[in-house]
Design a protein around this ligand. Structure first.
Ligand code: PLP
Length: 444
């Protein structure tokens, strides 16, 4: 008997009791290899003593001080580390407790920036279909995850969505990947024109689309074109790196590989590695200066922002990544996992595409590989994959609606940065067995 209002009211969840490197262990002693870090969170695995000690020692020193009254040494150090990583192109850090809050913060900062510089008529955000930016109302409104929006559609904010950059499905036969990417990037300019001169606040996009598309990076040149369009129209670029950032792509910021810098970036998940709840929104000097010159009061705030024990967890997580050169492991193990998946599923009739970057990979499943026909929308393949994965001792992150919010299925893989070669063999074996059983389960 549980008194918790669980995510799914019909599920019986095993009780997690212990962590051991990339494994979680339940109350019956069953071990699960975490091939998705929950939701791309636990980048250092499930028992990192260095981070645990840092949190304990911060709690011994100072558990909490409200940010309306104080700053703290640990939060200052964390902000300095993050700004240093962004080579000062992003110059200030606003802390929060989760990804949705970090996006809400970015949306509000962007709006207040325009009020501060005398353009209060800017009211609109543009974002993309098949994206996810969080579950609070404003974050859900800019998001394009059909299933998560559906129940709340009547109470969501106005939103404007353009196509995702999703070459596997969207590219026409007579286009190169690059031409395709530029075509869908140009939809942003069309949307800005349609909404009117100086009416758009910002464009919001995940650098690599995580849960909704299954680790889909943009095609080469897409984000440079997006940056150009934003600059031409004075529109801010907000990048959501809540899932793909903080090393998951093999770089501290996934946008480094795109050759651009956003005006605002939201980070979370791997920032604190799950050791405490923490997220952040980073802003350029231009945004900071405008709000500062206009009275200096950013109209926002939550009780737990900049929490010292969360900052301690994040500072230790990020230092551990740097001190142990873990981004190199992300790139090496990522390449190894990608190759192993390509090899194992080279002739698999139901594996349509394998994509991603670093330790952030996606496997798209199809009924027919040649025609890319998806499984039936009501097949519940994603549900079967997750359940059978757990039975097989592997945590994976499947989702449905890959094509258009309704049809299509994929699996997101995002293992911890600490995994070794042997873990990759275990992940690929268990994934293969899980895909096989789940497809058999839905098509008896
Ligand atoms: N943005 C992206 C890309 C995400 O993947 C998520 C969560 O999965 C969020 C925002 C929302 O973060 P949170 O669940 O911490 O509110």
């Amino acid at each position: 008997m549980s008194y918790i209002f669980h995510r799914n009211l019909q599920n019986d969840y095993p009780q997690a009791v212990r962590g051991d490197g990339p494994y979680l262990i339940d109350s019956r002693g069953k071990k699960y290899i975490d091939a998705c870090c929950g939701a791309a969170v636990s980048c250092l695995g499930h028992h990192n003593q260095y981070v645990i000690d840092a949190v304990k020692s911060q709690l011994d020193k100072l558990p909490y001080a409200h940010t309306g009254f104080f700053t703290t040494e640990v939060a200052e150090q964390l902000a300095a580390l993050l700004v240093g990583r962004a080579h000062r192109a992003l110059h200030k850090v606003y802390f929060s407790s989760g990804g949705s809050e970090a996006i809400e913060t970015a949306l509000k900062m962007a709006r207040q920036y325009f009020v501060a510089i005398g353009q209060p008529q800017r009211e609109y955000f543009i974002s993309r279909r098949q994206s996810y930016h969080g579950n609070t109302i404003a974050a859900l409104s800019v998001g394009g995850h059909f299933a998560r929006r559906q129940v709340y559609a009547p109470i969501l904010n106005r939103s404007h969505h353009i196509s995702p950059c999703y070459a596997y499905r969207g590219r026409n036969d007579d286009e190169t990947e690059q031409q395709y990417g530029l075509r869908v990037a140009d939809e942003l300019e069309q949307a800005i024109h349609a909404l009117g001169d100086q009416r758009v606040i910002a464009f919001v996009a995940e650098t690599i689309v995580g849960s909704t598309l299954g680790a889909a990076p943009a095609t080469a040149g897409y984000f440079s074109r997006i940056r150009e369009i934003c600059d031409r129209h004075g529109v801010l670029l907000i990048m959501d790196e809540i899932m793909c950032g903080m090393g998951r792509s093999g770089r501290h910021f996934a946008f480094e590989d795109e050759g651009i810098t956003p005006d605002l970036v939201a980070i979370a998940k791997g920032l604190g590695g799950g050791y405490q709840a923490i997220a952040a929104t980073m802003a350029t000097q231009k945004i900071f200066d405008a709000i500062s010159a206009d009275g200096g009061n950013f109209q926002h705030g939550h009780t737990y922002i900049g929490h010292p024990s969360s900052a301690a967890a994040a500072l230790a997580t990020q230092r551990y990544i740097d001190d142990n050169n873990l981004l190199e492991n992300v790139r090496a193990r990522g390449a190894q996992l990608f190759d192993a998946l390509k090899q194992r599923f080279a002739d698999h009739p139901q594996v349509g595409d394998i994509r991603g970057r670093g330790l952030f990979l996606g496997v798209e499943l199809v009924q027919d590989r040649a025609t890319k026909t998806p499984f039936a929308a009501d097949s519940n393949l994603d549900v079967a994959l997750k359940k059978i994965g757990m039975d097989n001792g592997i945590m994976i992150y499947p989702d449905a609606g890959t094509l258009d919010g309704k049809r299509g299925h994929h699996i997101l893989l995002a293992p911890p940065f600490i995994i070794q070669s042997s873990h990759i063999d275990e992940i690929v074996d268990k994934l293969d067995a899980t895909i096989h059983s789940a497809i058999a389960h839905i098509s008896p």
